[in-house]
Design a binder for this molecule. Sequence first.
Ligand code: NAD
Ligand code: TDX
Length: 331
Amino acid sequence: MQVLVTGGAGFIGANFVQQTVRERPDVRVTVLDALTYAGDRSSLDAVADRVELVEGSITDAPLVDRLVGESDLVVHFAAESHNDNSLNDPSPFVQTNLVGTFTLLEAVRKHGVRFHHISTDEVYGDLPLDTPERFTPETPYNPSSPYSSTKAGSDLLVRAWVRSFGVQATISNCSNNYGPYQHIEKFIPRQVTNLIDGVRPRLYGAGLNVRDWIHVEDHNSAVWSIIEKGQVGETYLIGADGEASNLDVVRTLLEIFGRDADDFDHVTDRAGHDLRYAIDASRLRTELGWAPRYTDFREGLAATVDWYREHEAWWRGAKALTEAKYARSGQ
Ligand code: NAD
Ligand code: TDX
């Protein structure tokens, strides 16, 4: 099987490619990635001899048409993915997340190629802090940020191409991922690399916002379950019952680093900051028989800390620039 992975040099995509090459000798992988600030060729070093990396944009229709025409399956990870960046400049989010997804859909429609669209739980907006309520596939779309609204729009394009044109597509909406190769602009690797540098972690606002954490390998095993066993036209929510407040995550990291529990700073809150995300993944578990492997969040975090300690060369180059960007917004 020939698989085209868009965004395969980014965090989740690179983990997906590495896992796929390791576990599926029958699959040949081509990566299409624009290598933006978030993409890193070296994230595929371990599998470079088994993977073709094409540097280019998913908005480039002739290139997309050619690569899709050579594939049996497209797994679409490529996106502008950071909420804070989308508040500073939404324009690349509209281009990549909306126009890029549209370009891919037109190509899979023309060539009759199976498509899996990677999306986020943020399309559903947020939940109150103190309720047992969780997102389900029936929760109405209600995105808050330029990032999540462009992801919501891309999901709706996929649904329309399934219904109107019979495109063979599935969608997954996953909660917050953590693990190796995540860009250090994101919450967990930002705090981990701060702590490695002896800098105090930075919590937006009071730090009470809740995210539902899943290890990236569990996200990717769920994606393969959906590709192999999911029903075309359907949406699957991916989550591993990993709810934790940002404050809890920072306290756990401080403990792993042997630092005082109050050794952090509160900084300017994010505009429109979603309060809580929580996923009900029972459909994935019952219908497709999927289960996560990383069920101990502290253990997963400790392994992630070790990875960043051992791979300083991978992230060091981006640290000063990333922090300078945050400093400009008081974060
Ligand atoms: P990332 O920012 O780490 O990686 C995105 C990749 O896409 C990069 O390699 C980048 O170079 C590439 N890219 C960007 N614009 C492109 C373009 N125009 N053409 C081709 N490639 C382009 O993002 P991530 O965290 O790995 O997220 C991957 C996908 O998973 C996204 O669709 C995101 O919405 C979704 N998602 C992420 C999370 C999370 O917690 N990180 C959770 C749920 C869903
Ligand atoms: O320094 C920080 N301090 C802080 O308190 C940063 C960078 C973030 N935060 C907070 C904001 C969020 O409540 O931590 C939480 C997580 O922040 P991010 O890592 O930016 O993730 P989030 O905005 O929740 O979105 C992530 O999960 C869903 C991914 O970036 C998205 O791509 C995915 O769709």
